[in-house]
Write a protein that binds this ligand. Structure first.
Ligand code: UD1
Ligand code: UDP
Length: 351
């Protein structure tokens, strides 16, 4: 079997790590394509280096642009590689423009598409990620679902064939890197007690909403450590607010996965709008406040470890979650051998 994995943005690298390792060690030919959607060292190379992955076989150098231009370039440049390499299957993770662009390029060339993290829905189509998820699922032959809710969502859209419940590779990664995280030294610029925060969603980085969120974070009675996503940093600079909030919030550069996991592990709680970080908070048994109107990770809410918040009620939700006695369920996300299950399915289904 000849397999191509298409990745491009930070969460793609994390969730594909165990799959890339399993594919590389298998008897199959595996080619890694990086679209170049993320390109800063701390948003891309750092993950390859710390996880001992060799650089991608192709970097398409797409970079940042309006979503139409970026997605278009991903489709166009992925197509060139797919025509040249003629793989049996293309695997795409998550919900970024790289995910959808890669899936569409392959599907239109009649190459089989496997979607990792299929079936997730926030039911908010103003989010670019929701459009990417739906379209990637509808282009896919193999739909690898992390949760039963994801399977139900696909069923509701009439997708019944090729659907597999395999668990979550991010859960697998969290287990794989435990010892590496133990080795990360403590940073001198981080206080002993703090809340870890990440904010980067398009809908939270508008000129109206971003100042509100930052104001609420800076008004909390806890220290806030916030690795700044480049989108958020750029917006704060544009609004002339970076310096002001730097006095009240501990902004740091985006960090590698081991260091982020360490920060998470030692925090009091998490305030985030990230998809992946909501789950990681749960696995690290940390209360999570999600600054969004919906989440595709409903299980974490139902299990009591996560709560949605508007900017104006962050403070109230933080108090609620920090004082609550949450019983975290280790089995909520199931297996730690998801990547092997996925390879096994591809081996038995693709002749
Ligand atoms: C993308 C994903 C989002 C995911 C996030 C993970 C889409 C539609 N969105 O959002 O689902 O949660 O990645 O982090 O695919 N930039 C840099 N350097 C970089 C990358 C980005 O400076 O290495 C800046 C650029 O100004 C760019 C902006 O960040 O315009 C946004 O980048 P982009 O990749 O378009 O979307 P993200 O917000 O990163
Ligand atoms: N992450 C990281 N360093 C950071 C912030 C996040 O390694 O400074 C990791 C985090 O642990 C998670 C992933 O990046 O595995 C989540 O990516 P992001 O929040 O950018 O995207 P989303 O999950 O929202 O699509």
């Amino acid at each position: 079997m000849k397999i191509i994995s298409i990745v491009g943005a930070r969460p793609n690298f994390v969730k594909m790590l165990p799959i890339i390792e399993v594919f590389n060690k298998s008897k199959h030919e595996h080619i890694l394509v990086h679209t170049g959607q993320h390109y800063d060292i701390n948003m891309s190379d750092i993950f390859f280096k710390e996880m001992n992955l060799k650089p991608a076989d192709y970097n398409l150098g797409v970079g940042s642009a309006l979503q139409g231009v970026q997605t278009g370039e991903i489709i166009k440049r992925s197509e060139e590689v797919l025509l040249k390499e003629e793989p049996d299957v293309v695997i795409v993770p998550g919900d970024t423009n790289s995910t959808f662009g890669g899936a569409l390029a392959a599907a239109k060339l009649h190459i089989k598409v496997a979607h990792l993290e299929a079936g997730l829905r926030s039911f908010n189509k103003t989010m670019p990620e929701e459009i990417n998820r739906i379209l990637a699922d509808h282009c896919s032959d193999f739909l690898f679902c992390p949760t039963q809710i994801a399977i139900r969502n696909l069923k509701n859209e009439g997708i019944l064939d090729g659907v597999f419940y395999v668990g979550d590779t991010m859960f697998e990664v969290a287990h794989l890197v435990k010892e590496k995280v133990d080795e990360v030294p403590k940073r001198t610029d981080i206080p002993d007690q703090y809340i870890l925060s990440t904010i980067h969603r398009a809908e939270n980085t508008t000129k109206d909403r971003l100042p509100l969120i930052m104001k609420e974070l800076s008004n909390l009675e806890y220290e806030i450590v916030l690795p700044l996503h480049p989108r958020t940093k750029k917006k704060l600079m544009e609004l002339g607010l970076l310096e002001k909030f730097s006095k009240e919030i501990i902004f740091i550069e985006p960090v590698g996965f081991f260091e982020f996991s360490k920060l998470l592990r030692e925090s009091l709680a998490i305030i985030t709008d990230s998809g992946g970080v909501q789950k990681e908070a749960y696995w690290h048994k940390k209360p999570c406040i999600t600054v969004r109107e919906q989440t595709e990770w409903l299980e974490t809410i139902e299990a009591g470890g996560n709560v949605l918040a508007e900017p104006s009620d962050i403070k109230e939700k933080v108090e609620l979650m920090i004082t609550k006695n949450i019983k975290f369920d280790d089995k909520l996300y199931g297996f730690t051998d998801t990547s092997k299950r996925i390879l096994g399915i591809l081996e038995s289904e693709i002749t």
